[in-house]
Design a protein around this ligand. Structure first.
Ligand SMILES: Cc1cc2nc3c(=O)[nH]c(=O)nc-3n(C[C@H](O)[C@H](O)[C@H](O)COP(=O)(O)O)c2cc1C
Length: 182
């Protein structure tokens, strides 16, 4: 399966990249073709109009759109900032919505340095995914105290988290696979 992981924050020193690296590694270990779109590397402009209608003159956005279009499934990774998703992720989604997302299965992964794992952002992201005519995976991966569970390269540090990740990914692959018409 082609799976695009969207890393939704550009904050310097972000911990969320650990979650994206971990997902990429774990999916590769399950023989999936997982790639990351990193909003920090897109020279992302603030939303001025739909990509394709407004001229952004940014080839990186064209590449990102192709990556979205060729994905069978996606996972959005976002920290919780002020009780919601990262504004850069919303900006990214709004640029392309809805066509490259339409009808696709999308997993939700939220990150927090605190105990709650970004649960408020997670529920909001499910609603946003519905708004772009995509399907949010019911089981989400909310990562609290991320610094305790993942190292800077996305290696898993604790048994509890390894189990939680395995549950999420096996559910994700089983569920997303149902959307692929042979
Ligand atoms: C602007 C800002 C707002 C934040 N708001 C929340 C919040 O509402 N809930 C929460 O659990 N953590 C919050 N945090 C802390 C994040 O959990 C923390 O930055 C964490 O490392 C995940 O985000 P990162 O990828 O930017 O590192 C906030 C951090 C920032 C920078």
């Amino acid at each position: 399966m082609n799976i695009t992981i969207v890393l939704g924050t550009a904050r310097e020193g972000r911990l969320s990249e650990r979650a994206a690296f971990m997902l990429e590694r774990q999916l590769a270990a399950k023989n999936q073709n997982a790639t990351i779109i990193d909003v920090a590397q897109l020279d992302l402009e603030i939303f001025k109009g739909l990509h394709g209608k407004y001229e952004y003159n940014n080839p990186k956005l064209d590449e990102a759109k192709t990556q979205l279009e060729t994905a069978d499934a996606m996972i959005f990774v976002t920290p919780e900032y002020n009780g919601s998703i990262a504004s850069s992720l919303k900006n990214f989604i709004d640029l392309f919505a809805k066509k490259p997302f339409d009808g696709k299965p999308i997993g939700v992964c939220t990150v927090s340095s605190g105990a709650m794992g970004g649960i408020r952002a997670a529920y909001q992201l499910q609603q946003i995914i519905l708004s772009i005519f995509a399907y949010p995976q019911p089981r989400m991966l909310t990562i609290g105290n991320i610094q305790n569970h993942l190292d800077s390269e996305g290696a898993i540090l604790t048994d509890d988290f390894a189990k939680k990740t395995e549950q999420f990914l096996s559910a994700f692959l089983g569920w997303a696979g149902k959307f692929i018409i042979p």
